[in-house]
Write a protein that binds this ligand. Structure first.
Ligand SMILES: [Zn+2]
Length: 72
């Protein structure tokens, strides 16, 4: 891993829909997970957003876990 540009809370929240949709790139997703692991506010937001996402798009694969990395 090289230098990581840390995301601010506002950046994380702005990209949250894309994150849930799996539309962010791997590095961004990783940085967001890192942020969620350290920021209670954003973690609460992403948890409730995930619940909402699953309700509206049950057929879509949401990002299930903040902790597991997806093994290819
Ligand atoms: Zn935050």
């Amino acid at each position: 891993m090289g230098e990581v540009t840390l995301l601010s809370c506002s950046n994380v929240r702005k990209q949250l829909p894309d994150f849930l949709d799996g539309a962010v790139d791997v590095n961004t997703a990783q940085q967001m997970r890192w942020h969620f692991g350290r920021c209670n506010d954003c973690r609460m937001i992403v948890r409730s957003a995930m619940d909402t996402f699953r309700q509206f798009f049950p057929e879509k694969r949401a990002v299930n876990s903040l902790h597991k990395t997806h093994a290819a």
